[in-house]
Design a protein around this ligand. Structure first.
Ligand code: SF4
Length: 177
């Protein structure tokens, strides 16, 4: 059965994800985007993100539990690659999303940068201040080949301490608090 193009209806977007870059701190064997340190330092521009988010503002919906809650299939997430490889850009983009009143904003990370207690807390505190609602921690046997599991545990602990709602994601299970 054929459908005419003019009759083809695409629903408005309810959630979204923005890749900052394909560049990552490691190269997991299972990575669906083949991210790795080999990619060039080619980052999305703040201007492009602002333009996209202006279109999405008012359409993206937060979780049913509230606009500042976090759900894997709602809100907006920043990802890659590894967003924390360009931390200043990440803070700026979180601020842009907050200014445009995008609900349920969270960032995904493999926690390579969470080796230091103070730095981890400092960054979550700053991101919370910029408008970040949540954190999605990628931790699984593949990330564990290049990131200590202790880093993920530290990220979850410090995220909670800074009132950043935390979720963790493995290949087989996920959890939200
Ligand atoms: S940490 Fe994530 S983005 Fe980086 S290589 Fe692994 S799966 Fe890909």
């Amino acid at each position: 059965m054929w459908i005419k193009l003019e009759e083809f209806k695409i629903d408005e977007p309810k959630s979204g994800g923005i890749f900052l870059s394909y560049r990552c701190s490691g190269s997991c064997r299972h990575c669906m985007y083949s991210c790795s340190p080999e990619w060039s330092k080619d980052w999305i521009s703040p201007e492009d993100v602002e333009e996209v988010l202006k279109h999405l503002s008012g359409k993206i919906q937060g979780p049913r539990t509230g606009p500042r809650a976090v759900g894997l299939n709602s809100g907006l997430h920043f990802t890659g690659g590894e967003p924390f490889l360009n931390y200043d850009l990440l803070v700026e983009l979180v601020g842009t999303a907050s200014r445009l009143d995008i609900p349920g904003t969270f960032v995904e990370t493999n926690c390579y940068w969470c080796g230091d207690e103070d730095l981890t807390e400092e960054r979550f505190s700053e991101l919370k201040e910029a408008g970040l609602d949540g954190l999605l921690v990628s931790v699984n046997p593949f990330t564990a080949e290049h990131v200590p599991v202790e880093n993920a545990l530290r990220a979850i602990e410090k995220g909670k301490k800074c009132s950043v709602r935390t979720c963790w994601f493995t290949r087989r299970a996920s959890s939200t608090d």
